[in-house]
Design a protein around this ligand. Sequence first.
Ligand code: EPZ
Length: 416
Amino acid sequence: MDAIRIYGGNCLEGQTTVQGSKNASLPILAATLLINGVCEIENCPDISDVYHMQRLLTSLGCRVERKGTCVCVNTCCLSMCDMPADSVCVMRSSIMLLGALLARTGRVCMEYPGGCVIGARPIDLHLKSLRKMGVVIEEKETEFCAETSRLKGAAIKLPFVSVGVTENLILAAVLAEGVTVIEPAAREPEIQALCGFLQEAGAQIEGSGTGRLVIHGVKALKPVKYRVPADRIVAGTYLCACMCAGGRIFLKDAPVCHMESILSHAVRMGAAVTCEPDGILVDGRDHESTCNRLTTGCYPMFPTDMQSPAMAVMAASGRKGCIEETVFENRFRIVGELNKMGANIMVRGNTAYVNGSGRLCGAIVQAQELRGGAALVIAALSAEGTSIVTNRHYIDRGYEDIVLNLRRLGADVELA
Ligand code: EPZ
């Protein structure tokens, strides 16, 4: 079955090493298209979204090889051809190939990448911004074709912060003619990692990590070896798992410097955390909780990708609280599933009200997207009895070996 069976009640003990960042790996793999040669991307997580990105690069004629956690991409034989529609549609991040391919080849035709249950996730800002850089885009029923003789630097003013648009514009701008200014630019650590990779390769980027990026186009970039940072959302998810199940775990390699908001909220929700040079010690035992309200936002605010795991912690704690989601319009899909486990959660507009109901009970629940699916697993760790989380494939998109890792930490979980 495509499911996970969890027997709730075990505390977590021990150490787990945090995987490389999915949301840094994907744009960096797309960025290899800008470089004629062999790039080695280290600490790439072995997850299905990265597999789909590798498959897309291969379909474009690249030679892609995984050696352990290192993915080597040779783009010397890049041969434009259509990308497999199933990979493009199943993984939204395929849109990131747009900027890189336009910079390398000047022409791209691709299917509209899928939305998903958390929101419509349109690409209007991607297309509108690229048009300002001299790209002619013809939109058809199910696909669009973009073409340019030469990308030109431009001053791009965005109506709001978008991670994907910032990434696409960076990829389009690094080899463009002239200077590109992006405002407001996303400041996420994943953007900083992308800028780090490109700067290693010779790109001229100012303002990485700030809300204003200035990119001076250069003639060419050189092949590099680059290590992807650890995944702050995966680290935060295991932290929430420990808060649900109780116990003490060490999150080895957790990117402490990128987790300030996650850690401060965790402490306010009752965890004790100790930051070490090589990771974070988490004591999930029930400490005094002083936080009953959470609002998601762009970095450095509390990340939207941590909203569902945090809701699982609130539901498992039996205490009252509320969560406001400000980034995606439909990111409370796990409320119905958590209520099947006995949580007492109500949604009004973009706020979920967790009314606290004591211990959760095991149930059969359905993952409907990546972070919500992981949140159901960690909620089940605290539930009384057996839970089954179906649609495991959503969780496999972003979490390497979640069942094996939780078992090693003492959880009673198995593939079902
Ligand atoms: C990235 O998605 C991440 N994905 C998401 O992580 C993350 O939740 C999101 O950023 C916000 O931090 C990857 O990095 C692969 P946005 P992205 O553009 O780029 C709207 C996960 O679980 N918008 O910052 O798609 C959009 O609908 C995933 O790992 C437009 O309206 O997010 C959303 O409401 C989930 N038009 C808002 O902007 C556009 O053209 C912010 O989205 C583009 C976006």
